[in-house]
Design a protein around this ligand. Structure first.
Ligand code: NAI
Length: 317
């Protein structure tokens, strides 16, 4: 059966162009009432215009879809959600997508370069999401998308400000996934790749044209559908490919012994073991992360396993 969004109210931030426009069109095509938010800024966050959002609303309406525009910055989170409530009476889905770039080598990054990027990406997503949160909780349904970037996951030269904000969004999403779970409010994070005005400065024109935003939108729609039970996931997506990421941790090594000082030399001497990913585990939560550390603590203190407790501690961890 095809996935319908009939009766759902969807807010897409930064939907006046690029990826956000594609999401808005796709949701509307499947019956959603869409709030097309866009400040109409340039790629560095300067300027303001209602034209970008208006154009997408017109496109949706021309195809018989339901949409309204909102021109506020994501920094005015409450106003965006108010537009959803005033126009359609509820909010079901929030796609945090608005974004700008102010690329600089780290040494040249000014306070403003740093602050603007944190404000639009991280603080903006926080403010819009917080404004939507209680409505979603109370109705026991909500789907939220955070937009990170490969630059955040892996780092990228000249994008210290952007990388920090983008991976901050993953941290935010990880906690929202935990706090929202019992209310059927799920939050997932995507790292998209698509040709847009943001990427046309770093990609050749034929690649920009080939990497269509419509190859990203279907993942966003699925993650935001009521049938989708995915929560707290992180996905890379582009060119029609979708992959999921997770954390991996080495088995590690205990370099401390009971009643002996722990030394940097011991860390140095066991560095290969500390960093050896053979027999790595994949902690899926904070309890699992802490568990092996607590086990080591009790084992070292009780000196149960003699000179080197690591083997049995890690085996239980
Ligand atoms: P885009 O520049 O085409 O779209 C971003 C939109 O956000 C613009 O229409 C802009 O006016 C709007 N916007 C900017 N500041 C705003 C604010 N304060 N309030 C409301 N709207 C605002 O860029 P694109 O490529 O579509 O990017 C969408 C998202 O995907 C961004 O968060 C970006 O960082 C992220 N991303 C994109 C990648 C790509 O390959 N295109 C790669 C990794 C992440």
């Amino acid at each position: 059966m095809s996935l319908s969004f009939e009766g759902r109210v969807v807010l897409v931030t930064g939907a006046g162009g690029g990826l956000g426009r594609e999401y808005a069109l796709a949701f509307a095509e499947r019956g959603a009432s869409v709030i097309v938010n866009d400040l109409g800024a340039d790629t560095k966050g300067g300027g303001k215009s209602s034209a970008a959002a208006d154009k997408v609303v017109e496109e949706i309406r021309a195809k018989g879809g339901k949409a309204v525009a909102n021109y506020d910055s994501v920094e005015d989170g409450e106003k965006l959600i108010q537009t959803a409530l005033d126009s359609f009476g509820r909010i079901d889905v929030l796609v945090n997508n608005a974004g700008i770039l102010r690329d600089r080598s780290f040494a040249r990054t000014s306070d403003l370069d740093w602050d603007l990027i944190q404000r639009v990406h991280l603080r903006g997503s926080f403010l819009v999401t917080r404004a939507a949160w209680n409505h979603m909780k109370n109705q026991k349904f909500g789907r939220i998308i955070m937009t990170t970037s490969a630059a955040g996951i892996y780092g990228n030269f000249g994008q210290a400000n952007y990388s920090a904000a983008k991976l901050g969004l993953l941290g935010l999403a990880n906690t929202l996934a935990i706090e929202g779970r019992k209310y059927n409010v799920y939050c997932n994070t995507i790292a998209p790749v698509a040709g847009s005005r943001l990427t046309e400065t770093v990609m050749p024109p034929d690649v920009v044209a080939a990497l269509k935003a419509e190859y990203v939108a279907p993942l966003v729609l699925w993650l935001c559908h009521e049938d989708c039970q995915e929560n707290g996931g992180l996905f890379e997506v582009g060119a029609g490919w979708i992959g999921k990421l997770r954390w991996e941790r080495t088995k590690g090594h205990t370099v401390r012994q009971k009643n002996k000082a722990m030394s940097p030399e011991a860390v140095r001497d066991h560095w290969d073991k500390i960093c050896d990913f053979t027999a790595a585990t994949r902690p899926s939560g904070i309890q699992e992360s802490l568990q092996s550390i607590m086990t080591v603590l009790s084992q070292v203190e009780s000196d149960e396993v003699g000179a080197n407790p690591t083997a049995s501690a890690a085996a239980t961890g």
